[in-house]
Design a protein around this ligand. Structure first.
Ligand code: UDP
Ligand code: MG
Length: 343
């Protein structure tokens, strides 16, 4: 085989070819259907596989259901967080535990059709190292969600330096090389799609129609969406910080003109711009602008603070199904492992 994407030890008996990572937060309504559809698809592909469910502090019966699945089918593995750490962190943990030569990240709610995994594998076999899924259409989502998502991807692309593809979510396949590289990025406020673009490698997108959520409600309320947006922007752009410089220069220019005008009017005998209202409005306006920029600096500062504390990204209370590390939370990150596989 020439130009094979597979590392030399591909298909080693102890390592599956494919790892599927599923973040789970209160998904009891979808777990049985997820298992049914996912196994059907993976059996069809015919490679060895594991499915790593990361239970992100669910408060419903998700954990029990996943444990049951694991007992019945050891290919279902389970990483149980000590509390809710968030979707992006759950994906990160999945990638720390994944053993496969190819690793797929997919939502639990079946909005990302598992049937696309076959097509992703094909692209991977052609030699692509990242195959991301692009949403050509989204069904069953509110107008608000569609509009904000659309704006979000376009805004992000216009203000950041990395080439983040439009309308691509976290649903993607990554070669093991990419996963090993990703493990070395340990920043706390993570925007995984952006990091995946930042890493580079041979990337390609394939289109799909995003389905409706199979059951249950979205676990991404506006609050979480806004936080993800802020993380994405601050991770990849200094533009908000620079805005204050631009604004300061523009305002200084305007006041310079104002000064010249005032002096000229005074010399020509007119008394210029009398009145408290003008002064008050100007002071309030500037005060507001200054507070906004203080807030922006605060957003960056808080993130620097979080990085400097250097806490672990997540805490695992229990992991099931990882042979070499039986019960206790294993050390998931093996930084000794070479980040690129040379063949
Ligand atoms: N999720 C998670 N932790 C969270 C929120 C969501 O692990 O704090 C998971 C959730 O179970 C699902 C995926 O992330 O598998 C995407 O969430 P959801 O479908 O609710 O987001 P949406 O599709 O509405 O953007
Ligand atoms: Mg969803």
């Amino acid at each position: 085989m020439t130009n094979s994407p597979l590392p030399p030890n591909a298909g080693a008996p102890d390592r599956p070819t494919l790892s599927v990572i599923v973040p789970i937060f209160n998904e009891e309504a979808v777990i049985p259907e997820l298992y049914r559809r996912m196994t059907a698809v993976l059996e069809d592909i015919g490679e060895s596989w594991e499915m790593i469910c990361v239970n992100d502090g669910s408060r419903d019966r998700s954990l029990e259901m996943l444990r049951d699945l694991h007992d019945r089918d050891p290919r279902i593995k389970l990483v149980n967080f000590s509390r809710n750490f968030g979707h992006q962190i759950a994906i990160t943990a999945g990638m720390d535990y994944a053993q496969g030569d190819a690793v797929v990240i997919i939502d639990a709610d079946l909005q990302d059709p598992p049937e696309l995994i076959g097509a992703m594998m094909e692209k991977w076999r052609e030699g692509y190292e990242v195959v991301y899924a692009v949403r050509s259409e989204r069904r069953g989502e509110s107008f608000f969600k569609l509009l904000t998502a659309r704006t979000f991807y376009r805004l992000l692309r216009s203000i950041t330096d990395v080439d983040i593809p439009l309308d691509a979510g976290d649903f993607r396949l990554m070669d093991r090389r990419v996963v090993l590289a990703m493990r070395r990025l340990r920043e706390h406020h993570r925007f995984m799609r952006g990091l995946s673009s930042w890493l580079g490698f041979r990337q390609i997108g394939i289109e799909y129609e995003r389905a409706e959520r199979f059951a249950g409600e979205t676990k991404y309320p506006l609050r979480k969406m806004l936080r993800l947006t802020m993380d994405a922007i601050t991770s990849f752009s200094y533009l908000p910080l620079r805005l204050s410089t631009y604004f300061g220069f523009s305002l200084a220019l305007v006041s310079l003109i104002g000064i010249i005008l005032t002096i000229a009017l005074r010399l020509s005998g007119n008394s210029a711009f009398a009145g408290q209202a003008t002064t008050l409005v100007a002071v309030l306006f500037l005060g507001g602008i200054q507070l906004i920029f203080l807030g922006i600096i605060g957003e960056y500062l808080g993130r620097i603070y979080d990085e400097s504390k250097d806490r672990p990204l997540y805490i695992v209370s229990m992991a099931y199904g990882f042979a070499d590390v039986p019960d206790d939370p294993p050390p998931p990150v093996n930084l000794q492992e070479p980040h690129a596989v040379v063949d």
